[in-house]
Design a binder for this molecule. Structure first.
Ligand code: UDX
Length: 458
């Protein structure tokens, strides 16, 4: 995989420590650890503060300091079945242990850098609610990492002003074109009032009191959204993405990545395989699972399918597949629990990605020029999906309920019809923009320089 690691010998000893605090979910850990690696390559000593729950594997990062704290979450509490409840609970349980951990880290930083009075800065995931209060006591400036797109952030920010927001209406939203009511980033939860409160805190209030925001995106992709963002939130913004083009995510994967995915792809024809994965949180029910299985099988096209343990409500893994199904797909279907996704997308045999449109997956697909079938489940994914299909026009939206006939039709449209070919051409030209933005003088390259100077100035 192509990497944009640059050596900056004059900056290898900046001496100003950066403390990073990822939110403990896979889609948040990956970009934060990638950002840590980017900053480390530019000379910043790195400390990662993290929960015991979903803790990153520190042995993959021998050059970082890690400081973990007990989050007190039980196994049931740590479930992602209701993401809103989880985010809320983690925020309650972690306040005090995080403060203790931060105090410990800060005293070590002071001991290590007695000649350097600067204590660096804190980069915290936007899902941490209590960060606003903590660093004041430590006299530490803090920057937010937002792991989502700017377009979905703006949709979240608009939610408190919208009346009709919880329906499946196709009506266009004049204040958020091209979104329709049904694309709003609502997250279904048992605690709707907590969702509203989190939106207010984590989207609107937090950004106004932070020292800046880092985005895993690039200017050329989200030009219009960026203009609006600057108007509404006039604080420093750094679009330095896509992060994974500097450092891949394999070392921050919480599950082991099945390398048979690659040996299996090696045997397939170029651009022939549809890769199917719905990220680390999304779930489907038993009926949907079986429709997906038959939809894939009925295309007679090769597929690589990630069935994450826990993907199907009430099942361990693939035991719900009917007898004989695996024999039917022998040779042309491969099912794994977790794949090395970036390698899969970069593989010449991969021709399409059926995705839930999590922001990491969307960026990873764009970076490898792989067109998408969008199957958003909740929150920001719904906004990303609309942008993929209607703005960037590099994928098609599976809008109706999951049904094998519809699935088969969508896969054929993407993989064999002219429509899919046109999407492929458009996404390849987006991929070329990615390559340009990361080069010397490109927008993300420049934004990274700005970020480094900014951190040094805090
Ligand atoms: C969550 C939200 O759902 C998403 O919408 C938000 O933008 C970030 O947090 P998740 O659902 O896990 O993340 O999706 P995504 O953002 O796509 O992140 C998944 C990560 O896991 C990607 O980096 C992907 O490469 C990796 N992955 C996924 C694997 O390494 N192997 C797999 O088999 C599947």
């Amino acid at each position: 995989m192509e990497k944009h690691r640059e050596s900056h010998p004059q900056q290898t000893k900046l001496g100003r420590r950066v403390i990073l605090f990822p939110f403990p979910l896979q889609g948040h850990i990956n970009p934060m650890l990638q950002l840590a690696s980017i900053l480390h390559s530019r000379g910043f000593p790195i400390t990662i503060i993290h929960t015991n729950f979903n803790s990153p594997n520190s042995s993959n990062y021998p050059h970082f300091n890690f400081c973990s704290f007990p989050d007190g979450l039980s196994e049931i509490e740590a479930s992602t079945a209701d993401v809103v409840s989880l985010v809320s609970l983690v925020n309650v349980k972690c306040v005090v242990p995080f403060q203790d951990c931060l105090a410990k880290v800060m005293s070590n930083v002071d001991d290590d850098h007695q000649e350097d009075s600067s204590t660096g800065c804190l980069i915290a995931d936007a899902a941490w609610k209590f960060i606003q209060a903590v660093p004041e006591s430590c006299k530490l400036r803090w920057i937010i990492l937002r792991t989502t797109s700017i377009c979905s952030f703006l949709a979240f920010a608009a939610l408190p002003h919208l009346h009709d927001r919880d329906s499946e209406s196709e009506a266009l939203l004049p204040e958020l074109p091209p979104l329709r009511v049904k694309d709003l980033p609502i997250i279904k939860t048992n605690q709707p009032e907590t969702f509203d409160e989190l939106v207010l805190e984590l989207v609107i209030n937090q950004i106004q009191v932070s020292s800046g925001v880092i985005w895993n995106s690039f200017q050329e992709l989200e030009q219009d959204a960026l203009i609006k963002l600057h108007q509404d939130f006039p604080i420093p913004m750094f679009l330095i993405g896509p992060f994974h083009k500097y450092f891949p995510a394999s070392s921050s994967s919480l599950l082991s990545q099945d390398q048979t995915s690659i040996s299996w792809l090696d045997k397939q024809a170029p651009k022939s395989v549809i890769y199917v994965s719905f990220g680390s949180i999304a779930k489907v029910n038993k009926t949907e699972f079986l429709e997906i299985a038959w939809g894939l099988a009925n295309t007679n096209l090769p597929f690589l399918w990630v069935v994450r343990p826990g993907l199907v409500h009430g099942a361990e893994w693939i035991e719900l597949l009917p007898k004989g199904f695996l024999e039917t797909i022998t040779g042309r279907g491969h099912i794994v629990e977790w794949a090395p996704q970036q390698q899969v997308l970069a593989h010449p045999a991969t021709g399409g990605f059926w995705t839930h449109c999590g922001w990491n997956s969307t960026m990873e697909s764009i970076c490898e020029g792989v067109p998408m079938i969008c199957q958003p489940c909740f929150g920001d994914q719904k906004v990303n999906a609309r942008y993929v299909s209607d703005v960037w026009r590099v994928g098609l939206h599976l809008e109706r309920r999951l049904e094998r006939g519809e699935i088969e039709k969508a896969i054929r449209r993407l993989m064999v019809e002219i429509e899919g070919q046109e999407m492929r051409e458009r996404i390849i030209s987006l991929k070329e923009k990615v390559d340009v933005c990361l080069r010397q003088g490109g927008s993300s390259h420049q934004a990274l320089e700005n970020l480094i100077n900014y951190i040094m100035s805090l």
